[in-house]
Write a new protein. Structure first.
Length: 448
């Protein structure tokens, strides 16, 4: 009997323990497991995330204090301190009022309106813009203050050749300088540089006539021994203009492709309009569509009229129409752009001759044929000048991009070997960077 009761007690204990284990397992499955640190939390081997503690509710505001302001992202303002005054920011200046025309539309101040005087800008100087050419003659300038030596002659010859003065002109200059050294006229480096400066200025002031380009011209001011050469002072480097009543002056601009003819026409138009002349532009380059658009932009800027033709049309017809319109509307000057052409293309050179013949028909009168040369081409420009001179009787040279090359001596070669005066030179890309050529200023910039 006693054994029976013991057995029943054991069974009851086992059932109680099983029931308790089952209830705890069910609670874990429902998320209600035991908290960390409680008895039996590590018995099952499961790691449970700790439950964050509940935040206490904020204390109630006292009835006499205003409710708290909602939080913002701004940092708390620093209370002002009397000992640390803050600097006041100056008020912004109001923008200048834009210029308006009669209809209230804004006016572009870069393009002068009709009748408005062009702003006068100081032209650039040779010394400011001929940095590369001056660099070629740096060694020659260093001879000042030194005696005569063999190295001085080597430096002189190298500088002249590197500057593209040309072999023939360099030999003439050196021969004349050596003669004066032998005659004790030149005795040191200063006198040598001064004598070279004088010779270069003399060469640039001479004009050869009668086609005697192969003769030797003495730098001292007269012909060398040998063939007689007529030497005369040029009429001037200014652009020729006929003031006769009823005459329409025509200036033709010729040259190969890419030398800057259209830009040169625009800059010359700006100069002439600023001088008070009534200018009309003729877009004779009908083979390049962009040339007409570019010239039209220049015409708008300077307040000049323009005559254009159909793309690919006859350029001589455009020039003829321009002359007739200029006569009808009282314009005294026609600036005619022409298409770039190689001097070796016979058909294109013949077309250029036709343009000149048409421009000469009354009331037109061709008073200038300006050959535009790129200074960076060097001696190749001489070949171009000879061919264009034979075709259309070039009266002067416009040398562009002189500031971007070390070959400034090409000016001397053109003057001496062709007898063509360099009338204008380009010293930059600005609208006022096309300036009259000044021989003395040019040589002083190189050797000064």
């Amino acid at each position: 009997m006693t054994a029976l009761w013991i057995t029943l007690a054991v069974v009851a204990a086992v059932l109680a323990v099983g029931s308790l284990a089952y209830s705890m397992s069910a609670r874990r499955r429902r998320g209600g497991g035991a908290r960390p640190g409680s008895k039996g939390s590590g018995a099952s081997g499961l790691v449970t995330a700790p439950r964050p503690p509940d935040r206490p509710p904020p204390p109630a505001s006292p009835p006499d204090r205003p409710p708290a302001r909602p939080p913002t992202d701004r940092p708390p303002a620093r209370p002002p301190t009397a000992a640390r005054p803050t600097a006041r920011r100056p008020p912004d200046r109001p923008p200048a009022p834009a210029a308006l025309d009669e209809e209230g539309a804004p006016v572009d101040r870069e393009a002068p309106v009709e009748g408005e005087a062009l702003a006068e800008v100081a032209p650039p100087t040779f010394r400011e813009r001929l940095g590369r050419s001056r660099g070629v003659f740096a060694g020659l300038r260093s001879l000042r203050g030194k005696g005569m030596a063999l190295a001085a002659w080597d430096e002189l010859e190298e500088s002249l050749l590197r500057a593209d003065v040309g072999v023939a002109t360099t030999d003439v200059l050196l021969e004349d300088l050596r003669r004066r050294v032998r005659e004790k006229v030149i005795g040191n480096g200063d006198e040598l540089v001064d004598a070279l400066r004088s010779d270069l200025v003399d060469l640039l002031h001479l004009e050869q006539r009668g086609g005697a380009t192969g003769a030797e011209i003495a730098p001292g001011g007269g012909p060398m021994s040998g063939e007689a050469v007529e030497v005369a002072e040029p009429d001037g480097r200014g652009l020729r203009f006929d003031d006769e009543e009823g005459v329409v002056n025509v200036w033709l601009f010729v040259g190969v492709n890419g030398v800057g003819k259209t830009t040169t026409v625009g800059k010359v138009a700006r100069q002439q309009a600023g001088a008070g002349r009534s200018v009309l532009l003729a877009a004779g380059d009908t083979f390049r569509a962009a040339a007409g658009e570019q010239l039209a932009t220049w015409a708008e800027r300077v307040g000049a009229e323009i005559v254009r033709g159909a793309e690919g049309g006859d350029p001589s017809a455009v020039v003829f129409d321009a002359v007739q319109r200029a006569a009808a509307r009282g314009h005294s000057l026609v600036l005619a752009d022409t298409a770039g052409r190689l001097h070796t293309k016979v058909n294109l050179v013949e077309e250029l001759k036709k343009i000149r013949r048409v421009a000469e028909r009354p009331p037109g009168r061709v008073t200038e044929v300006l050959l535009v040369l790129d200074a960076t081409t060097g001696q190749n420009g001489l070949v171009q000048a000879r061919e264009f001179t034979d075709a259309v009787a070039v009266t002067g040279v416009v040398l562009t991009k002189l500031d971007g090359t070390a070959k400034g001596g090409i000016v001397v070669a053109i003057q001496r070997e062709l007898g063509l005066p360099v009338k204008l030179v380009g010293l930059g890309e600005g609208p006022d960077d096309l300036v009259p050529f000044d021989p003395a200023g040019f040589v002083d910039a190189l050797l000064g």
